[in-house]
Write a protein that binds this ligand. Structure first.
Ligand code: ADP
Ligand code: ZN
Ligand code: ZN
Length: 727
């Protein structure tokens, strides 16, 4: 055992898929980094970026084998003690490689040794001499003059002057040397704020309750129907947090972080939020992260990837649409950003607010049992009434291409009244399946258990799971008949049917095919916001976050697929989706109608949802879960594995199953994943279930050590999924 004096050994996290950390000696010159600093560490002939997570006096390794760190990469500590503790908790709870989690918490630019912290932002300001120079007129230096003139109205951020042409930096230097302008640290521009509306009684009650409990850790569930003014409550809580010189972290689903939302925060709070999500460039992400870390940004507004942003004065966490699936990461470091956010708040002893119109069953359960404080907003803030539901039994209605006659009539009436309509469909692409009418051959992906979708605009068959694209055959590959035709309906097809019925009406399609074109979505949304009559056709994207006050009719087509899914959560998700979509209707003065087209109008859960609302639906579903011992009444974990060959996956999982230790929690399988093949790999899992969380974790920990050393583990890709959300 190597003993190197007082706490001289540094424990370093490196981005490698191993369950442990690494011991090192300080730099050869003796310099020793702090906890939370980035370092360069030698490992097996390579040099890796690492983060120091602890110091200790002794190492399991003999002293001769301990290597020296090679470099300290930044002057400052990047991850504070509290964050290091949280990340360590994540590694233990989610049983994932600690180094991957830790390095993953840094912005991508800092995972590289070449990456460094950006300089603090600066601005340029005219001096008195500069003002005098301006007064003298352009003279023989018009470019200089133009540059100075830009600053006449006040200081401008340094980078913004790049618009003055390619040699702008040189110009800045020259003008600064003449004493006409100076570069100084950026002062946040005082933006005007719009005052918010007076809170409704319900909002006021929730706001008062949350802010009076504000000091210390509480988890609040803000359960408010769409349009009830949850965002307005967030604004008040944020303003209060900023008044106390604290920072706040607001997490929203991937799809919810729209330019409108960012604008709304900016306008109401008068500050520039640091926006963090995974589609930013490396430099943008780094700059936002650094602004948060240094406390310059008081508000971080982001998606799941903003969860671990260091914020020294963090005083409030808000997670909007807490039920949304995008808070769960489904690969690599599988974790729930919601659950980790709650943990972060608990560690910091600060409040966390979960908001939703359709809280997850887990959160309703936690609120009902008193672990969360439950705040209900049952009325719409702007006095709009909640929509009226109508169920169309599709078995009774002739539907051509998925729209019932009655539905078509209702759409026509809404358009005549100059109102807007949403047709919601949980699929995308034209005629999802290409089918032979002679022999009933279907176009299927040869790498996944999935039908190929016919995208007519591209003349391609696409697999939505692995991305495979094939040309469209002219004849049936099976029987050679010239009888291939589309089966099932997609957004394009509905769009065409609507075009036939409503010639001249404006029909806007929202789905990934179109909205992946940058700006296309924004343009369409602008069009809708102007309130002109139109029909929107689309997928989930339509269900979230937008304010379209002139929408008075929502049609939900073909939501039945979820009813008999193998996934016990499918019905919960259907209920959330239906409720969210319904929330789009009649937001302002006009009441809305929601038409639900289903083959199963008798379904008890659907009946409850429609007649008594989401909470009744949720309680019914919770009873079913309780009877079956399913989450949140039981705990689950999965051992997932995939490989090109079925035998390899089966062998590994069977070997692992044989090692499952005795105890209350049981393991079963191997079971094929609902999507058994993806990207050419065969996917299966073992399901671990138990009635006690700690018992389950103890058994898992004892087990995984052995699973790791199984020879069959080397032939597959495998990982643990704690509290899994999909099968
Ligand atoms: P949610 O986040 O619950 O969907 P929002 O906060 O976005 O609801 O509010 C919905 C609409 O109602 C917005 O247009 C908002 O400006 C308005 N609103 C919110 N609170 C009030 C209030 N107290 N009085 C009047 N209008 C309000
Ligand atoms: Zn055929
Ligand atoms: Zn595929």
């Amino acid at each position: 055992m190597g003993v190197v004096g007082e706490e001289r050994i540094l424990v370093v996290a490196l981005a490698v898929p191993l369950p442990h950390l690494f011991d090192y000696l300080p730099l050869r010159g003796g310099a020793s980094p702090q906890r939370g600093q980035r370092v360069l560490a030698p490992l097996g002939g390579r040099r890796l970026v690492g983060v120091v997570v602890a110091k200790k006096a002794t190492s399991e390794l003999p002293q001769g084998r301990l290597l020296h760190l090679e470099k300290i990469l930044d002057d400052v500590v990047l991850l504070d003690d509290k964050l290091l503790e949280l990340l360590d908790w994540c590694a233990r709870y989610y049983k994932h490689a600690p180094g991957e989690i830790l390095l993953g918490a840094l912005p991508p630019a800092l995972r590289q040794a070449t990456g460094s912290l950006p300089e603090p932002p600066t601005q340029l300001r005219l001096t008195d001499a500069g003002l005098q120079r301006l007064a003298e007129g352009a003279g023989r230096a018009p470019a200089q003059f133009a540059f100075l003139k830009r600053l006449k109205k006040g200081p401008r951020p340094f980078e913004s002057m790049s618009e003055m042409g390619p040699r702008w930096r040189a110009t800045v230097k020259r003008l600064a040397a003449r004493g006409w302008l100076i570069q100084e640290s950026l002062q946040p521009a005082a933006t005007e704020t719009k005052p918010g509306p007076e809170l409704t009684n319900e909002q006021q009650k929730a706001f008062a309750a949350i802010s009076s409990a504000a000091d210390g850790f509480y988890c609040h569930l803000l359960d408010g129907v769409t349009g009830s003014g949850k965002t307005e409550v967030y604004m008040r809580l944020l303003a209060r947090t900023f008044d106390r010189e604290r920072q706040a972290l607001v997490l929203v689903p991937e799809i919810g972080l729209t330019p409108q939302l960012i604008r709304r925060f900016r306008q109401r709070l008068g500050i520039e939020p640091a926006v963090i999500h995974s589609h930013l460039s490396g430099a943008e992400r780094l700059a936002a992260w650094e602004n948060a870390r240094t406390g310059r940004a008081r508000l971080v507004l982001g998606t799941r990837s903003a969860l671990f942003t260091p914020m020294p004065q963090l005083g409030l966490i808000i997670l909007d649409e807490e039920h949304d699936g995008s808070f769960k990461q489904h690969d690599g470091f599988r974790h729930s950003a919601r659950d980790v956010a709650i943990k972060r708040a608990a560690e910091l002893n600060i409040p966390v607010v979960l908001g939703s119109a359709t809280p997850s069953l887990e959160s309703i359960h936690n609120a009902a049992t008193g672990r969360y404080i439950w705040h209900r907003l049952r009325r719409r803030a702007n006095r709009a009434s909640l929509p009226v539901w109508r169920v169309l039994d599709m078995a009774q209605h002739a539907a051509i291409h998925g729209l019932a006659q009655t539905t078509v009539q209702s759409i026509g009436k809404a358009l005549q009244r100059d109102e807007q309509v949403m047709v919601f469909l949980n699929r995308r692409g034209y005629a999802p399946v290409l089918m032979c009418q002679q022999c009933s051959w279907h176009a299927e992906c040869d790498r996944c258990d999935a039908h190929l979708t016919w995208h007519r605009s591209m003349e391609k068959l696409c697999c939505h799971h692995c991305g495979r694209q094939l040309g469209v055959p002219q004849y049936c590959p099976e029987c050679r008949a010239d009888a291939l035709c589309p089966a099932g309906e997609g957004t394009q097809q509905i769009e065409e049917e609507l075009e036939r019925h409503f010639q001249g009406a404006s029909i806007l399609r929202f789905d990934r095919d179109k909205t992946s074109i940058k700006g296309a979505m924004d343009r369409q949304i602008e069009q809708v916001r102007r309130g002109e009559p139109c029909i929107m056709v689309g997928t989930q994207m339509l269900a979230k976050g937008h304010h379209f006050p002139n929408v008075t009719l929502v049609v939900i087509v073909n939501v039945d697929q979820a009813l008999y899914s193998a996934d016990f959560r499918a019905l919960e998700h259907l209920g959330q989706l239906a409720q969210q979509v319904a929330g789009r209707a009649g937001r302002a003065e006009k009441a809305g109608t929601v038409i639900l087209q289903t083959m199963h109008p008798e379904n008890q859960a659907i009946q409850l949802l429609l007649q008594q609302g989401y909470e009744a639906f949720a309680r019914f579903m919770l009873n079913e879960r309780q009877a079956a011992g399913l989450p949140p009444y039981g705990y689950q974990a999965m051992l997932r594995a995939d490989a090109h060959q079925r035998e390899q996956v089966q062998d590994f999982l069977s070997d692992a199953l044989a090692l499952w230790p005795p105890g209350e929690a049981t393991a079963c399988g191997p079971v094929p994943a609902i999507m058994e093949r993806r990207g050419g790999r065969l996917r299966m899992y073992l399901m671990v279930q138990g009635g006690s969380r700690s018992g389950l974790h103890q058994q898992m920990d004892a087990w995984l050590g052995q699973v790791r050393s199984l020879p069959s583990a080397r032939k597959v890709r495998w990982g643990v999924d704690i509290d899994p959300q999909e099968l």
